[in-house]
Design a protein around this ligand. Structure first.
Ligand SMILES: Cc1ncc(COP(=O)(O)O)c(C=O)c1O
Length: 437
């Protein structure tokens, strides 16, 4: 059967222009590799959409899903369930709060953020929330409203009201006109406080932040910034929500980015790596103090919110197994930062059109010197070229990201760096049409 034609005829593919779409029809996955129907193999160096931390087809995860499927595949969110309880306990044990955490389950990262938004409004009785420019919080309406970049624009003007954006530090093109990280932190905090005062802090429920900015360029905030935001929140009685949908579960080289930054949020949203990329699941973790605000016999004080697949048993079972695997081999995600730098030195250091190489744990990113924006026609050309070279990468605008599953070998990592080298040279030599760049 011609699956490519079937797909082209019946599927609306997300995030991309539909005409002339031609990705491979993938049928198998093993470790870092995907295989198409013709048997051609591709290195999946984006970990799918940064979800596949443990690689494709891990036998322990396959077993966890099949055993759970044979036992109980669905349980209504209001019922108690063994794997939900086990997973919430495991998350509580490693949550950033000494007293542990309460888990609210959801099917996806965007919903975890929406849930957090409902929580903070419900808890504080305030309506406004602040979020940063250069952030992505999801594609559903409220999360798209939180999002501080052009993936929000197509949702406008239907986006949710009450969101105010501010500028956070951006070391590569400072919005605060400084190259000194200390000064960047000081000016960014002063700006944030000024925005708060202009909005009336008593009307602000929460500040949403990615503690390390993911798909907007891998931005590690300068020393002191997140702590400063925490202090501002405390000063004005505002809740701090960290969106670690992308950065959780080892992505930044620590289990959670907030742990690395030494800053505790009040709510923590997690998703992508939780099930090892096998099934959709997300969580909003809250402090016990927040949970207690809902602890009552009065039904009007319940949290009226959930989804049909919230805490799905299959997703919880595989997440319990994935979490155990992750914790048993921390060196896998801890070693990648050094390995990225070694590859950068070996394959990219001499190229003049690759700038601002940066890493954060398992993540590496770099900027191709072109004018490519998010909507540039160069981006699909680059993706297609990487596919021709047998590597699945998702450049966004002019930024190329490497987000490997943690089981990637040195040889596999070298292959992707060689592919990026080749594409960067081709860009410099004008291989791609000038009009599209
Ligand atoms: C930081 C962040 N938040 C939220 C989301 C949305 O998660 P999902 O795609 O599971 O809805 C993403 C997805 O890329 C993300 O990177």
């Amino acid at each position: 059967m011609d699956f490519k034609s079937l797909h082209q005829k019946y599927v609306l593919t997300p995030w991309v222009a539909q005409a002339s779409l031609n990705p491979p029809v993938v049928v198998r996955g093993e470790g870092v590799w995907l295989q198409d129907e013709a048997g051609r193999r591709y290195l999946d160096l984006s970990s799918g959409l940064v979800a596949l931390n443990l690689g494709h087809g891990h036998p322990r995860l396959v077993r966890a899903i099949s055993e759970q499927a044979a036992t109980l595949a669905y349980a209504a969110p209001s019922l108690f369930h063994d794997k939900r309880a086990l997973l919430a306990k495991a998350l509580s044990d490693l949550a950033p709060w000494q007293e542990g955490a309460r888990t609210f389950f959801a099917p996806s990262g965007t919903e975890a953020n929406e849930d957090a938004l409902k929580f903070v409004r419900h808890l504080t009785g305030r309506f406004k929330v602040l979020a940063a420019y250069r952030s992505f919080h999801g594609a559903t309406h409220a999360s798209a409203s939180l999002t501080g970049e052009n993936r929000r624009w197509p949702a406008e003007p239907g986006t949710a009201p009450g969101v105010v954006h501010f500028f956070a530090p951006y070391p590569y093109r400072s919005p605060f006109y400084t190259e000194d990280p200390k000064e960047e932190t000081r000016r960014a905090l002063e700006h944030l406080e000024r925005v708060l005062l202009h909005e009336d802090p008593k009307r602000v429920a929460a500040i949403f932040l990615e503690p390390v900015v993911g798909s907007n360029g891998v931005i590690v905030y300068p020393e002191g910034y997140l702590k400063g935001v925490r202090a501002l929140c405390d000063r004005y009685g505002i809740l701090l929500v960290f969106d670690e949908v992308m950065t959780g579960f080892g992505r930044t080289g620590a289990l959670f980015a907030c742990e690395k930054a030494g800053t505790q949020p009040d709510l923590l949203c997690l998703s992508k790596g939780l099930s090892g990329g096998c099934l959709p699941i997300a969580v909003t973790l809250a402090t016990e103090e927040i949970y207690q605000a809902f602890y009552d016999d009065d039904p009007t004080r319940a949290f009226y919110h959930s989804h049909s697949y919230t805490g799905n048993p299959l997703a919880c079972a595989v997440s319990v197994a994935s979490f155990q695997l992750l914790l048993s081999e921390p060196e896998r995600y801890q070693s990648l930062e050094t390995r990225h730098w070694q590859c950068q030195q070996q394959y990219l250091a001499d190229l003049n059109n690759l700038k601002q190489f940066r890493t954060c744990g398992t993540i590496a990113a770099m900027e191709l010197e072109t004018e490519a924006s998010y909507f540039s026609e160069l981006v699909p050309q680059l993706r297609r070229r990487f596919i021709e070279l047998g590597v699945l990468l998702r450049p966004l605008g002019n930024t190329v990201y490497i987000l490997p599953p943690y089981c990637v070998t040195d040889g596999e990592l070298a292959t992707v760096y060689q592919a990026i080298r080749q594409v960067a040279i081709e860009v410099a030599e004008g291989y791609f049409t000038a009009a599209s760049a």
